[in-house]
Design a protein around this ligand. Structure first.
Ligand SMILES: *Cc1c(COP(=O)(O)O)cnc(C)c1O
Length: 410
């Protein structure tokens, strides 16, 4: 790397060539190892975002490197005219760890948004299942302030009007309801094809569902023949202390969508169906050129195998507890509440200073995300160590103190 491409000029290059749809980044990264990354100037950062809950095994994990290298030397892509061993192994593995079992089926795409697009089509297939004479299942329900992606179908599901505004009209039939059990009762009847929801609203700032909400959602959708589709894209793959967050609610959904953490950073998405939902798609109704390719599925197998064999799912609960205790011990007047589960943690702030704290942390060599002005999101790699958690607490505490004192003198 030449001197002219260092931090003095990379942001100009970004500004000149990358689509304006993205907000300009603050740092240009060059490499990573474990829970740490280094920028182009050699500065080290402790990574407590993990590419937004994507780098489950951190950076440059030997199991991921080996899977990519070995698979690249065999087959990277073959098209859906052919099956490959990693594809079938991953589908069977997902059926096992989701509990979908024998009746389960898996569709592979390349991102979270694509997994949710497949879920939208699944919901539409449930619509056409309606018997002649009834009003048809034209409605898809999702939650206000939810996030399901940026493509047109997944954007329609997303409960943030500000993100939709410039791209109207949206897909018809989608309604965003308040996250209350009363709203579920009011909205769900025989005209609903599907209820789509995040077990924890990640992009909203890691916001938990109210007590009893998931059970009510399950009961009401089952009663009215609607699909319960859970968007586990951020909560899944061990992050919340279970393979999937719904497993801690004691319910079984009809379908879930998976992406982010499943292949440690290699793009992949999946829709897993349970029970009767597995019979909705028929041959030729959906597909994707890259979907389920042997490279991505091989890496996902390696990531899931490593998570399973090293007990990272159970460990996520203990490590999460250490982070929560640590954040609680900071005793900053800026901390209002601690949300989430396992290693997906939200810190609700008493004042709109999340960006300022995130910037102060970055300066001090810590990556922590501010999904909105009043929340911090903490989502380190699942391999994070106790020592790294303690280091994180110490830097975060320092960053919060600096923001608080700046506020006090302002
Ligand atoms: C990230 C995310 C998505 C979108 O995934 P992409 O891979 O960015 O398309 C959808 N739903 C949830 C809950 C997410 O966190």
């Amino acid at each position: 790397m030449s001197v002219t491409t260092s931090s003095t000029t990379w942001n100009d290059r970004f500004g000149a060539s990358i689509m304006r749809s993205l907000t300009p980044p603050k740092v240009m990264l060059e490499r990573g190892e474990g829970c740490r990354v280094w920028d182009v100037d050699g500065k080290e950062y402790l990574d407590f975002l993990a590419g937004i809950a994507v780098n489950s095994l951190g950076h440059a994990h030997p199991a991921v490197v080996a899977a990519i290298t070995d698979q690249a030397s065999k087959l990277i892509h073959v098209s859906n005219y052919f099956a490959t061993p990693p594809q079938l192994e991953l589908a069977e593995r997902l059926k096992r760890i989701t509990g979908a079992g024998e009746a389960g089926r898996v569709y592979f795409g390349n991102s979270g948004a694509e997994a949710n697009e497949a879920a939208v089509k699944l919901a539409r297939l449930n619509s056409s299942r309606a018997t002649p004479g009834d009003r048809g299942r034209t409605r898809i329900l999702t939650l206000q302030n939810s996030f399901h992606g940026r493509t047109m179908g997944s954007l329609a599901l997303t409960g943030k009007p500000a993100l939709q505004e410039d791209f109207l009209p949206m897909l018809p039939g989608v309604e965003h309801i308040p996250t209350t059990i009363e709203a579920l009762h009011a909205a769900i009847d025989d005209t609903v094809a599907a209820l789509v929801l995040e077990p924890i609203k990640g992009e909203a700032g890691v916001v938990d569902l109210p007590e009893g909400f998931m059970q009510a959602a399950r009961d009401l959708t089952a009663q009215h023949g609607a699909l319960l589709i859970l968007d586990e894209i951020q909560t899944g793959v061990g992050r919340t202390g279970a393979w999937f967050a719904y497993q801690t609610h004691g319910i079984t959904p009809d379908a879930i969508t998976i992406a982010k953490g499943i292949a440690g950073g290699v793009p992949i998405g999946a829709l897993v169906t349970f029970g009767w939902a597995s019979d909705l798609f028929s041959a030729g109704q959906h597909g994707s050129t890259f979907g389920g390719n042997p490279l991505a599925t091989r890496v996902a197998n390696a990531v899931l195998e490593e998570i399973e064999s090293t007990g990272l799912v159970e460990a996520a609960s203990q490590k999460g507890a250490r982070i929560r205790d640590g954040v609680a011990s900071i005793e900053s007047p800026l901390v209002d509440e601690i949300r989430g589960a396992g290693l997906l943690i939200g810190v609700g702030l008493t004042r709109p200073v999340a960006q300022a704290i995130s910037a102060a942390a970055l300066e001090r060599g810590l990556i922590v995300n501010a999904p909105n002005e009043s929340s911090l999101r903490i989502a380190p790699p699942l391999i994070v160590s106790d020592a790294e958690i303690d280091e994180f607490i110490s830097i975060l505490s320092d960053a919060m103190a600096s923001v608080h004192s700046l506020e006090a003198t302002a």
